[in-house]
Design a binder for this molecule. Sequence first.
Ligand code: CTP
Length: 409
Amino acid sequence: MQIYKVGGAVRDRLLGKPVTDIDWVVVGASTEEMLAKGYRPVGADFPVFLHPKSGEEYALARTERKSGRGYGGFTFHASPEVTLEEDLIRRDLTINAMAEDDHGQLTDPYHGQRDLEARLLRHVSPAFTEDPLRVLRVARFAARYAGLGFTVAPETLELMRQLSESGELEALTAERSWKEISRALMEDQPQVFIQVLRDCGALKVLIPEIEALFGVPQPEAHHPEIDSGVHTLSVLEQAALHKQPLTVRWACLLHDLGKGLTPESQWPQHIAHEHKGLKLIKAVNERFKAPRDCQELALLVGEYHTHGHRALELRPSTLLELLQSFDVYRRPQRFEEFINACEMDARGRKGLEQRSYPQADYLRGAATAARTVVVQPLLEQGFKGPELGEALKRERLKALKAYKEAASA
Ligand code: CTP
């Protein structure tokens, strides 16, 4: 049996990037031989094993054929006769279809190295279309390597377009899609992920609510970029530049969905888009079964981002309501994430990327002021139940009034 390093590990080494996990392919071995050597099988009918010591993945060289829709619709053929070249040809991109042996000798039948040099994400063969998830994967790699100058090869984009039009994307499970989306959002240039999905017609299938933002104007005075879709991409770009976590990036992506619902007659104004967008945010959240913290923050940022921008003008009672909506007393981190999402929204505008955002510290100060109110003295005064809640609110309001006065003095 011969064992080769394959996929991302080979690609990233050649790119001079750190290699985290290594995938291996085993040629000339049978399942029985693998088991006899102590490898542990990953799944019942999947020719993949875990190394007894390192825990790394070892897959028997295999060919794959699509037999139906979706991920389940595959038949595998793994046998000792399957060659390395046959295994590599079923893979997604040429840069992912290289193998390396023990001595660092490269097998590169589909010219992955040439495409690495040309900075091209190019499919290996027509078998690319056998897994619709690859549309998202390619967009994710584009987001990751955009900084190195990589683009999607036109003929690959064309295949992605065909896949998007075929209805196959709808067969992807929420879990597989979310895994790609969440990884893509954490890449260096997540806006490129959305842009590539848009370029191949996948965005209007996967998240039509974002596609709908393109071509929708906003008032130039606040939004020199004018277009709502362009703005959304810039907000996401800022979130990545400022190293924001997934929750914030997800909220940035979805914060303005309501603008896609504004009747043309009202453009470029978007009255109450914050509230109108909530049902769309909820639908997207549920479509991909996003984790709870992502879902919650997206809804809160959608509803309250304009409050964030207007923080310095808010009455103390409105500030208090805002803090209560975030349950800032028990969930201070979530409010901090909201503040950061608002700041990214403010910076994700053409020419305003470097602006200062005094609202951020003002909101932090307000949260601190409200949180300094302590319960103990109120308990000692005999308040309990709903009355205690009311008394707490009164004290917090007092604290916020004092805070606002001090801040404007
Ligand atoms: N692969 C594929 N099609 C898929 C998933 C994976 O062809 N839908 C192949 C590619 O050759 C890929 C390898 O399996 O390189 C390993 O996949 P994975 O671990 O998901 O990705 P990596 O390429 O290692 O990239 P990452 O750095 O994102 O983990």
